[in-house]
Ligand binder design. Structure first.
Ligand code: NAD
Ligand code: UGA
Length: 461
């Protein structure tokens, strides 16, 4: 039988391109996968012992496939020329200038991929939009490709959004809830869809692979992220009511989640949600809605972001209030800087917001995260070097020593009471010693027994 896809090229060796292609290569030994990126440092890291991103289980897969059917390269043209199918997995950040500044998605990287593909390819290809993009972006990609296509070459553009979450990427890619493939209704469109579907069927059951029209597929990705973030903003809104009334948000979340129509997942109240995508994608949805004159729709989704800003600020204010309304010259340990556990990623991390709030109030910070690099933390706090008011630690006990308070910003498993010796931390701290649990992961009664004053999200002290 005809093998529809022998070689795949993926543009963008980031959090999506790297893990996606690694899992693909592992499950498709008959396909050669080349991940290209113009960032030489990143490609060198993918080819080294220390990968550019931390994801549980990823290193093993890369080591197993690299050099066999998985390659990382900066040499884009030959990889594109050879490929039967091309993934575009480049970043689509929020625009920081011009029309739609602060809200619209910037498609300049996606467009430059389309231009490069048209320029170098001399035979027909399937181009797969994997980056998260505004609805109808595939139309722009087709336009750019068509206007620059070489004679005798044709393109099919598919939408195939990615739903992996950081920290669980390998598992999400191996056992996805669903795979969306959006494409054209035409014969050629159907052929392209079935080729990509054939690739996924190497390891994913056919009934999890959903075919649909391109615009539904593009919009489904934005809608899914908007719904997920909305759930957290909703439980966080309830957490404020809990703090004011004496209800406990964990009990409320449990009660809500037992309703089978709602389900128990994604109801963990927190210091706020972060990550590179939720905010960017909701802003994108808000901008699209406004552009379509759907002002009520835009205002509705904007509230999900506004509630998150409120939650992050509220947590910072609560720390100051609890510590007798002043933290000037006080020392505070921040435990966790990544936007969630099991990743070294700090993009839009709520820890950044909290840290800046505390610095503005005059506190000195002692920051510890098991996976985030020191240089990254300093960059996120707009510092070029360690200052007198910011020190970065590689040991949690060193971070806690001599401080007035511990502030948990990330839900790392190792922070839970049985793993860390909180008595030891308490002994080395100034009194009264405070704990602010922004993730509701610690054993608060055990901490109170040690002598800590404990404050947490969604519960009155
Ligand atoms: P990233 O910034 O980690 O990686 C993108 C890579 O693309 C970078 O290494 C960059 O150098 C490269 N790149 C950009 N333009 C290029 C060009 N013209 N030629 C070659 N390389 C180029 O981004 P990411 O987190 O992997 O996200 C990529 C896309 O996937 C975004 O649209 C994002 O919304 C979406 N997404 C991300 C996640 C996630 O968990 N991070 C999950 C689902 C979807
Ligand atoms: C999210 C989605 O879960 C993925 O499906 C999607 O592919 C991805 O965005 C994307 O498009 O980039 P991610 O941001 O990696 O994935 O991580 P999540 O697990 O969704 O967590 C996002 C934030 O919400 C984190 O800060 C997390 O701590 C917070 N969160 C999550 C809560 O505060 N409470 C919860 O109950 C769940």
């Amino acid at each position: 039988a005809e093998i529809p896809v022998r070689k795949i090229c993926c543009i963008g060796a980031g959090y999506v391109g790297g893990p996606t292609c690694s899992v693909l290569a592992l499950n498709c030994p008959d396909i050669q996968v080349t991940v290209v990126d113009r960032n030489e440092l990143r490609i060198n890291q993918w080819n080294s012992e220390k990968l550019p991103i931390y994801e549980p289980g990823l290193e093993e897969i890369v080591k197993q496939c690299r050099g066999k059917n998985l390659f990382f390269s900066t040499d884009m043209a030959p990889a594109l020329k050879e490929a039967d199918l091309i993934f575009i997995s480049v970043n689509t950040p929020t625009k920081t200038f011009g029309l739609g500044k602060g809200r619209a998605a910037d498609l300049k990287f996606v467009e430059s991929c389309a231009r490069l593909i048209a320029e170098v390819c001399d035979r027909s290809k399937i181009v797969v939009e994997k980056s998260t993009v505004p609805v109808r972006s595939a139309a722009s990609i087709i336009n750019v490709l068509k206007a620059n296509t070489k004679p005798g070459v044709s393109y099919q553009v598919l939408s195939n959004p990615e739903f992996l979450a950081e920290g669980t990427a390998v598992n999400d890619l191996t056992n996805p809830d669903r795979v969306l493939i959006g494409g054209e209704e035409s014969e050629e469109g159907k052929k392209a869809i079935s080729a990509l579907s054939w690739v996924y069927r190497h390891w994913i059951l056919a009934d999890k692979i959903i075919e649909m029209n391109t615009w539904s597929s593009e919009l489904s990705k934005l809608a899914a992220n908007a719904f997920l973030a909305q759930r957290i903003s909703s439980i966080n809104a309830i957490s404020a009511v809990c703090e004011a009334t004496g209800a406990d948000v964990s009990e409320v979340a449990k009660a809500i989640g037992l309703d089978s129509r709602l389900g128990p997942k994604f109801l963990q109240a927190s210091v706020g949600w972060g990550g590179s995508c939720f905010q960017k994608d909701i802003l994108n949805l808000v901008y699209i809605s406004e552009s379509l004159n759907l002002t009520s729709v835009a205002a509705y989704w904007q509230q999900v972001i506004d509630m998150n800003e409120y939650q992050k600020s509220r947590f910072g204010e609560r720390i100051v209030q609890s510590m007798f309304n002043t933290i000037t010259d006080k020392h505070i340990a921040i435990l966790g800087f990544a936007f969630k556990k099991n990743t070294g990623d700090t993009r839009e991390s709520p820890a950044i917001h909290v840290a800046k709030h505390l610095l503005e109030e005059g506190a000195s910070l002692h920051i510890f995260d098991p996976k985030v690099e020191k240089a990254q933390i300093l960059l996120d706090l707009d510092q070029s070097d360690e200052e007198s008011n910011i020190s970065i630690h590689t040991d949690p006990y060193e971070a806690a020593k001599g401080t007035h308070a511990l502030v948990v910003c990330t839900e790392w498993d190792q922070f839970i009471v049985n793993t860390y010796d909180y008595q030891r931390m308490y002994n080395s701290m100034l009194k009264p010693a405070f704990v602010f649990d922004g993730r509701k992961i610690l054993d608060h009664s055990a901490l109170a027994k040690i002598g800590f004053h404990v404050e947490t999200i969604g519960k009155r002290h």
